[in-house]
Design a protein around this ligand. Sequence first.
Ligand code: NAP
Length: 277
Amino acid sequence: MNWGVWGKQLDTPSMASLIHACVDLGIRSFDHADIYGGYTTEEDFGKAFVETKITRESLCFISKCGIQFPSKNRPILFNYYTYTKDYIIKQVECSLKNLKTDYLDLLLLHRPSPLMQADQINGAIDQLLDQGKIKAFGVSNFTPSQIALIKGQHPIVFNQIECSLVHHQPLYDGTLDYLTSNKMGVMAWGPLGNFFSDKNEQQKRIQKSLKPLMEKYKVEQDELLLAWLMQHPAHIYPVIGTTDKNRIKKSVKAAEIKLEEIDWFSLLVASQGHKMP
Ligand SMILES: NC(=O)c1ccc[n+]([C@@H]2O[C@H](COP(=O)([O-])OP(=O)(O)OC[C@H]3O[C@@H](n4cnc5c(N)ncnc54)[C@H](OP(=O)(O)O)[C@@H]3O)[C@@H](O)[C@H]2O)c1
């Protein structure tokens, strides 16, 4: 989301170099959506991917569809959502063309729609799976009841949700419990939770609590925020948004940090603004 015109506006050689840097660090999954960059970033990434000469099988491409986004070639006034069979299939085929690939490793429905219907969604997913155009299916920003509503024959393997120390509601609202008990994978978008862009009371409390831990564990703030998330038993995969090679490297190293339980709770308490009952 942040590599193209919505973010750092990387040119093709810079994107190719960043793909190589990720692969060298062991990161092989790349998170896309048809709408990123106003329907331009998948194509930019696809050009860079071809330039890397990395084999397709050694990478995982995730993409999403369902949001209709106002942009140059889509003259609509506001976002809305479409999950008809034909639309899902059309958007996946566009993503494949733009990413220069024959298949997506994982397709996610981007956001739940009040108008979505299980038969339309499952008709599309069955066809895409049968044709080998997607290898697996998942959702994003879905509640447990929305997952139950659209469940078909095929497994729903991932839910990509907003989750971080700052945005820790999924720990309490049943989302992570449901995903864990149903053996579904969890990806967290916004894993740093705007910690570096917001200045508010919650951010100040978290910052204060991070300080002694930075000294104790000899790591930086972003590493602790990611380590906190990854220590949750739901085995959360952070979808990191940084485009900075050094920060990507630190993110990978964060997986090695094991916080003592009391330290993990000190961060949760700081984020909540109240002690545990
Ligand atoms: N499914 C969904 O609905 C949904 C919604 C939003 C996003 N996503 C996905 O999730 C990905 C990550 O989301 P996100 O971008 O919100 O993730 P994030 O990793 O929480 O935040 C990334 C932002 O934080 C900055 N940053 C990172 N480390 C920093 C540091 N140490 N100091 C200062 N700034 C720092 C980055 O800037 P630099 O690049 O300069 O490091 C970047 O702007 C997106 O790229 C997208 O693929 C999905």
